[in-house]
Design a protein around this ligand. Structure first.
Ligand code: GDP
Ligand code: MN
Length: 382
């Protein structure tokens, strides 16, 4: 789950990382009230989950109420790279002497956490990586060892931070590591981390991705929900309790079991197609689950054909078939289905599909996974 900047800052605050005081606002009047409460000068910041808001005009300084109003009017409703601004965050403006970059992510290949630190912050890190890669310090952290203040301090020195920023930066880095690990983040990034003329170091921006698998131990994440910009398809799937991940291909995929779903994606790729989603209906899925899954896939405009790949163990073939028949009654599917139905009660399932008299233009059955993949990709690419 990706957080908005202001939510990321709220999360940082739980770990004592210094951020500017401020308030969220959904209307111009609320923004003005938040600015008055914070005290001028303030900065009005568009809350969208996309970088480069500053350059796009989504971040503006205001010295007084009239300016705060004017900026809130301009920014609310603004379109930033396809994201419409529905909320702003208004905070006390900071004086900036220097801008740094720091982040933690997981390096899967190394099986370690990765810290990146740079004196060149405030710009996109990808640009720094391209133009001046030596300006980025990369430090792998063994999760068993953790990150000590000494190691963090040395990284600050290696990154060439000025002497007077080192204490403050070290402190924030250690806290950010705690936020990232104990707070179960996939990403915790501060860009820019600023040095103020007063010598204080401070998080001016926040980019946080929470690890959904850790949700069960974070009841406090509930507060972040609802506002997050979820893919519409994923939102619909979540409401139906489906294990769904939206992708950008054209073949809708339904399989039982995560392993089979992944293999299905692979085989679709192998024969020249691309998956529109990952969808695991799980073991023991009944007709209702299948119908719900088809509804979610049908909602995706990019889907040109649907691959249902079922190897029944606990899942029963006749339930799958009933679900398909039910879905075809409930919704007008925009794309044809190709099904590979095998395993428990597959025969009964195929008979149910036959008896339903579904025309071949809407549903075809194939005996193997590979044959089904070829047919479904042929339909998608036609
Ligand atoms: P992003 O462009 O979406 O990454 O948004 P940021 O929150 O990182 O802000 C972009 C830039 O706006 C920063 O790098 C700063 O240069 C500037 N900025 C943001 N907040 C302040 C502030 O409080 N004071 C000043 N002077 N500049 C700010
Ligand atoms: Mn930023």
């Amino acid at each position: 789950m990706d957080l908005f900047e202001y939510q990321g800052k709220q999360y940082f605050a739980r770990y004592d990382i210094p951020v500017s005081p401020g308030g969220p606002a959904d209307t111009v009047d609320e923004a003005v009230a938040a600015a008055n409460a914070a005290g001028y000068p303030v900065v009005v910041k568009a809350q969208v989950q996309v970088g480069g808001r500053g350059k796009a005009g989504g971040i503006k300084l205001a010295d007084n109420e009239a300016e705060a109003r004017q900026h809130a009017e301009a920014i609310l409703g603004m379109d930033i790279k396809g994201h419409v601004v529905k909320r702003v965050w208004v905070e006390n403006a900071s004086d900036i002497e220097e801008e740094y970059y720091v982040s933690f992510t997981l390096d899967r290949a190394e099986k370690k956490h990765l810290m990146m630190l740079s004196r060149e912050g405030g710009v996109e890190i990808e640009v720094v990586a391209e133009e001046n890669p030596d300006a980025i310090i990369k430090l792998h952290i063994d999760p068993v060892d953790g990150l000590s203040a000494d190691v963090a301090r040395q990284a600050c020195i290696d990154a060439n931070l000025p002497e007077r920023a080192i204490d403050g930066a070290t402190d924030i880095i250690v806290k950010l590591y705690r936020c990232y690990t104990e707070g179960d983040c996939d990403l915790a990034e501060i860009n820019p981390l600023i040095l103020k003329p007063t010598g204080e170091v401070h998080a001016l921006d926040a980019k946080v991705t929470l690890d959904g698998n850790a949700e069960y131990r974070h009841p406090e994440w509930e507060a972040f929900k609802g506002l997050t910009e979820m893919d519409e398809r994923e939102k619909m799937a979540a409401e139906k309790d489906l294990q769904y991940i939206g992708l950008d291909g054209t073949v809708g995929i339904i399989a039982n079991g995560a392993g089979l779903a992944m293999s299905t994606l692979d085989v679709v790729n192998q024969v020249g197609g691309s998956a529109a989603n990952f969808l695991d209906i799980g073991g023991g899925a009944n007709a209702d689950v299948m119908a719900g899954a088809l509804e979610v896939i049908n909602f995706d405009e990019n889907v040109k054909s649907i691959f249902i790949n079922i190897f029944g163990g606990i899942t029963r073939g006749e339930e799958v078939a009933k679900g398909i028949v039910e879905a075809l009654n409930r919704v007008e599917l925009k794309a044809p289905i190709v099904i590979r139905l095998d395993g428990t009660n597959a025969e009964e399932g195929r008979q149910i599909l036959l008896d339903a008299g579904i025309p071949e233009s809407k549903l075809r059955s194939e005996p193997t996974m590979l044959a089904a993949a070829k047919t479904v990709v042929g339909l998608a690419n036609a």
